[in-house]
Design a protein around this ligand. Sequence first.
Ligand code: ADP
Length: 773
Amino acid sequence: MTDQRDSRPGDPPGFSHVDASALLLALPDPLLLITADGAAQLNPAAQAALTGGTPEPSGQPDWAALFTPEAAAALRGPLEAALAGQTARASVVLRPGASVTLVTAAPAAPGPDGEACALLHLRQTPEPLSTALDFMDGLGLGVAVQGRDTRILQVNASATRILGLSEAQLAGRDSMDPRWRAIHPDGLPFPGDTHPSQVALRTGQTVRDVPMGIYRPGSDDWRWLHVTALPHTPPGQDTPEQVTTVFADVTDRYRMEADLRGSEQRFRSLVEATTQIVWDAHPDGTFLPPQPGWEAFTGQSEASYSYAGWLNAVHPEDRARTTECWQRATLTRQPYLVEHRLRRADGTYVPMQARAVPVIDDGGQIREWVGTHTDMSDVREAQQALIDLNADLERRVQARTLDLANVTRFSTLLLTAAGEGIFGLDLRGVTTFANPAAARMLGYSVERMIGAPQHALVHHHHADGREYPLHECPIHQTLQDGQTRRVEHDVMWHAQGHAVPVAYVVTPTHDEAGVVSGAVVMVQDTTERERAQAQLRDVIENLERSNQDLEQFAYVASHDLQEPLRTVGSYTELLVRRYQGQLDPRADQYLHYMQDAVIRMRSLIQDLLGFARVGRQETPLERTDLHALLRAAEQNVRATLEQGGGTLEWHAPHAVLGQPSLLLQLLTNLISNGLKFHAEDRAPRVQVHSELDGEFVHVTVQDNGIGIAPEYHTRVFDIFQRLHRRETFAGNGMGLAICRKIVEFHGGRIWLESTPGQGSTFHLTLPVAPTPQ
Ligand code: ADP
């Protein structure tokens, strides 16, 4: 430090009126007014710089106490010079490590008591090191100055920010401090003695751009640094005195690079997974080796694919198009996209999609083209399959549409053509459709019916004029419970006000979920049917009446004929007894004929009477055991059985409901016919069976006789119907007529089956007797 003593220049005339005290107080530089006895007064800047801002309690401290002893010693000379009226300067270091301060000591006006005064003006000059630190700070670079023992002497603001530690935390820390956590890019630890600063101190060589990961405790993260250590060896020394470590925070760049590496890897695996070939080309489009993917696929040698040779692997038909596309892409710098067939090493052509994109560098120039060839076989096959599938689907849809159209047309035809009236109803009972027959039947137009509440329009009253409440309406009930209903007798009301007798079926309709959605009603106008039924009833009544009349007549006739016949018979008998042998032989013959005729007539009349009597007796029907009846019948035909050597067998364990006497007559007739009409060559045999058939007992009477030709199977049941001459088989032809009448009187049926020459089977049904309680 050197003293500079200048002679005091005269006050410049222009400043004489300025109040110097105000100026001195406002000056940003530290300023001290010191009296000859050493007491100092400080302006605010001096207080900040020398006392940390707090004024001395005594008010006027001794000036020397404000400086370090070294600084005070350096200032003593200039101060004395100033008190003596001279301006003097000195450069001092106010605190260890601080930059150099230029101090100017100037004589001041004497104090109130006339004592000499001096002004000390402190001007801190920027230190080269701190300027450098600030400069680095401006670049965002961290700087730390470390001593020989690697203790940190000084850091700039960027260093504290990057390392996440305050200046105080960093001051004095050395490289071996265990609190450092540092790693290499591969994650391995970075020991303190290998830190660039250590190495630079040891070797005296600059260590440049060492990547280092360092843990930042404040934000609990890792930062990546590029560290350069510059050793400082003072002239004339062998070993470095200090080391300046400069570091840049490259974390963001690292991350970006890592991301880039990741995405590049992803891209590569994507390419490998989805494509067959990856290739690159020069900016001008030339294709040069090595292209391992291309070689492997096409089998072309480097020499044969270089430049335009690759085109030879493209199918001849696709070459022109491919060249054109590639030229256009390289000229316009637009992505290249073309499909062509590429010859594989085995000689087959594979459909390929070729794509390439230009890679543009920072200057906007094409650096290279990167291209891929993708095997499209699978895609093509899938596309074809899809096309086939679509076509098939289309066909099926068309067929289905046609079916539906047919069904719809058919339904419409059916609805239109149907003779029956057909309505559709929704859940509210509103008519949703009606066919022309329905409209015709009820005298409305189809349009009038659709949309109208069906019950209120055509079904509002019963046939007898009573009101028809909706809840009684079977159609409405079907809408409620989904049950199909058939109604035989009801009326619907014609538009002109008269009732139309109808029979109808209500069927519920369902939606896709199976829930009742409405109903379809098929209505038949029963006017005609009822008229026909009424006519039929009349005819039946008439027939029954005339039948009764006829029966009455037959009964009365046969009954009344008996009396005169008896008279004729008695007199014939008398004539025979008195005059037989007295007249000539012819007269005797005549008398014999008369007797025969009387006998026959009597038998005829009795048969007729028997026929007419069937059902006339009001005897109640009773449970009748077939087995017992057959035993009685057997008694009746005993004589015939004995004479003709015939047999009668039965198995008839059932009981029927009927008049026992009539039933006995029925079975006796059938059995005796079976015995009577027997074949010449075999003994007659009659078998009777019964079996249960619902509410009836089915009885069969089977014989092995002469049989009956099919054309007589019905006629034999008519009255007086006989198939043989009386001389061959006796009888009046009334037996089967009486049998039919008896069976029908009991509510049953009679019929026969027969094979002429083999035998006949008579079938009859009789009501089964209720099981006794
Ligand atoms: P008939 O009183 O003469 O027997 P039926 O009414 O009993 O009269 O029978 C009518 C005719 O049906 C008989 O004349 C006979 O020709 C024929 N016929 C009835 N039963 C039998 C039978 N079991 N086998 C063959 N013919 C029969």
